[in-house]
Design a protein around this ligand. Structure first.
Ligand code: MN
Length: 304
């Protein structure tokens, strides 16, 4: 930060005082002090040391701030300003290890809701990048079926599959976001028990943070200090990874359902799903729907 105090003096503009404040590391403070130590003066209150150099007074405060003041403040401060800018700042999304969680199936009339939480470290991060893990929504189902088994074998994760019967029962007393919150929390509880959790835990945000913790306030155990971000599956490799594992589990479950009921359940909640539901009811009766569909969807109404 630079502050320039410009005053009008005898009709000309002169830069009287130039103040630069930096937050230096301990190593930088030492380096600076040693370079100009012959100019050391008795430090003022709240200062570790003060250097009275030519055209610049440098004061290092106990607060951690170092103030360069004088005509040539930038001459003395610039080497450290550059260093401050050059320091590679690790973006939050690149911190490893990291845990991430995501859910799938909540928008599909047929099939389960699946939530996965996964932990990615340096080694599995490299693997995931080589396999091209991005948002599972951008990966085709065939790709997911191909790459997920290796991911599942190598990445510590916790997977929760809520089948339709269970889902319909739970939905009577919980809205969708409450269900999601409880599942994400539970996935983290399992992950924590098995592997311990890293500092960074990310949820692909589906509800405000406050609502999330309100939904799970009565759970026997609550995992806190979670980072919430929308579209996190594109940004955080652990969320992308969790998304891929969850999607794989959903696809496998749908294959099982197709085989069991001898029909192909359509994805989503559109008109092809309505056609599918109609056929199912014709074959198995309306009451059997609770085994394969999320009954609160509008699609159910259309069948009556
Ligand atoms: Mn999501």
């Amino acid at each position: 930060m630079c502050y320039f105090t410009i005053i009008v003096f005898n009709g000309t503009i002169e830069c009287m005082s130039n103040v630069i404040t930096l937050k230096l590391t301990n190593a930088q403070e030492t380096k600076l002090y040693e370079a100009w130590s012959e100019n050391a003066k008795t430090p003022p209150q709240y200062a570790k040391w003060q250097l009275k150099c030519e055209n610049c007074v440098i004061t290092c405060y106990t607060s951690g701030k170092t103030v360069f003041q004088g005509k040539e403040a930038n001459v003395y401060a610039s080497p450290f300003m550059e260093e401050e800018l050059m320091q590679p700042k690790i973006a939050v999304k690149d911190i490893l290890p990291q845990a991430g969680s995501d859910e799938v199936g909540t928008g599909d009339y047929f099939g389960p809701v699946v939530v996965c939480a996964a932990i990615v470290d340096k080694n599995t991060d490299a693997l995931l990048h080589s396999l091209g893990v991005r948002d599972s929504k951008q990966l085709k189902d065939e790709d997911i079926l191909k790459i997920a088994p290796e991911i599942i074998a190598k990445v510590p994760h916790s997977l929760l599959i809520v089948d339709n019967r269970k889902y319909n029962a739970v939905h009577e007393t919980n809205n969708l976001n409450a269900i999601k919150a409880k599942l994400h929390n539970q996935a983290y509880v399992h992950l924590n028990r098995k592997y311990g959790l890293p500092q960074l835990k990310v949820i692909d945000q589906f509800t405000p943070e406050r609502s999330y913790y309100r939904y799970i306030q009565n759970e026997p155990m609550v995992i806190r200090n979670i980072h919430f971000e929308t579209k996190a599956e594109d940004k955080y490799i652990a969320v992308g990874c969790a998304s891929v594992i969850a999607r794989y589990a959903l696809l496998k479950k749908m294959e099982e359902m197709d085989a069991k009921w001898n029909m192909h359940f359509a994805k989503g909640a559109g008109s092809n799903v309505d056609a599918c539901a109609k056929q199912f009811v014709k074959q198995y009766g309306f009451d059997a729907l609770e085994n394969v569909a999320k009954l609160h969807f509008k699609n159910t109404e259309k069948l009556k």
